[in-house]
Write a protein that binds this ligand. Structure first.
Ligand code: AMP
Length: 285
């Protein structure tokens, strides 16, 4: 495995793989089993796996955790080595010194769910992913369903802009109690960590009752009450169509409805999602 810190270096390395399939796994580092599952999927689907590690300033709001975002680089290198990654791309900066003049913008898909409170976040995401695609020129790129809205938006970016890359989604990896693995879980105190598992419990409760409640609002009330009982501040709890991300109005088995949640535990913002209809999804640990 080689760590490349400049664009010239990674492009020079990849130039010798003109016949192989190259997969890119974009990350912000602080790697955990969720990221490793993406890498494993990339290894199954491609010959060469590149993991980018870049905390993208463009996707953080003014009051978000850009400065404190964990950057345990040595551990990340080890995790990539163990997972069989071929190249880490770890640039110091991906933008012009005096700021970027031309960037990408997401329309309606970025206004809902996480985008409603994180203005400009998805514009920052698609801009950096586009830059990474242009540098690495991967045949495929893997993104986790943990950030389902992000995955949807990147799929739309590739379709709308006719980009020559296949976007592949990967299942959410969870702790034993169901909490979705996240780099931000390390911000949680022991008590908060206990509270956090109730986010998944609320989603499972709603999923298990989906057949009985034909009214979406009843299901949402059920979920909200569960979160309230555990003193969890909900930013949003919605049941939306997986493609349009528009709220669905009635529960229908077999549709592409998905439950989306964002909640604050202490000062830590966590997100999760689950299909409304249980497609034999098991916690993937
Ligand atoms: P991040 O480093 O948080 O930007 O995440 C990098 C990639 O890993 C994104 O595609 C995420 O959706 C994915 N990811 C993060 N956590 C998980 C998880 N628990 N399970 C699966 N994929 C994940």
């Amino acid at each position: 495995m080689k760590v490349c810190t400049t664009i010239a270096e990674i492009q020079h390395e990849l130039a010798s793989f003109d016949k192989e399939r190259i997969a890119l796994v974009p990350t912000m580092g602080c790697l955990h089993e969720g990221h490793v599952s993406l890498i494993e999927k990339a290894k199954r689907l491609a010959d060469v796996v590149v993991v980018s590690i870049y905390v993208n300033p463009l996707q953080f709001g003014a009051h978000e955790d850009l400065d404190t975002y964990p950057r345990p680089f040595a551990g990340d290198v080890q995790a990539c080595q163990d997972a069989g990654v071929d190249f880490i791309f770890h640039p110091e900066n991906l933008y012009p010194e005096h700021g970027i003049q031309v960037s990408l913008q997401v329309n309606d898909l970025s206004q809902k769910l996480c985008g409603a409170s994180r203005k400009g976040h998805f514009d920052g995401v698609v801009t950096v992913v586009n830059i990474l695609f242009n540098i690495i020129r991967p045949h495929l790129a893997i993104f986790g369903e943990k950030d389902f809205q992000q995955l949807s938006i990147i799929q739309r970016m590739v379709a709308d802009l006719h980009m020559q890359v296949e976007v592949v989604g990967a299942d959410i990896v969870r702790d034993d109690d169901g909490l979705a693995k996240s780099s931000r879980n390390r911000y949680l105190s022991d008590d908060e960590r206990q509270q956090a598992k109730e986010i998944y419990a609320a989603l499972r409760l709603m999923q298990s009752q989906a057949d009985k409640h034909s009214n979406i609002n009843d299901l949402l009330t059920l979920g909200r009450e569960h979160l309230k009982q555990h003193n969890i501040a909900v930013e949003y709890l919605e049941i939306c169509d997986e493609i349009s991300l528009e709220p669905v109005t009635h529960s229908q088995a077999g549709t592409t409805a998905r439950i989306f949640v964002a909640a604050e535990i202490g000062t830590t913002r966590l997100i999760d999602n689950l299909p409304l209809t249980n497609n034999e999804e098991q916690p993937c640990v």
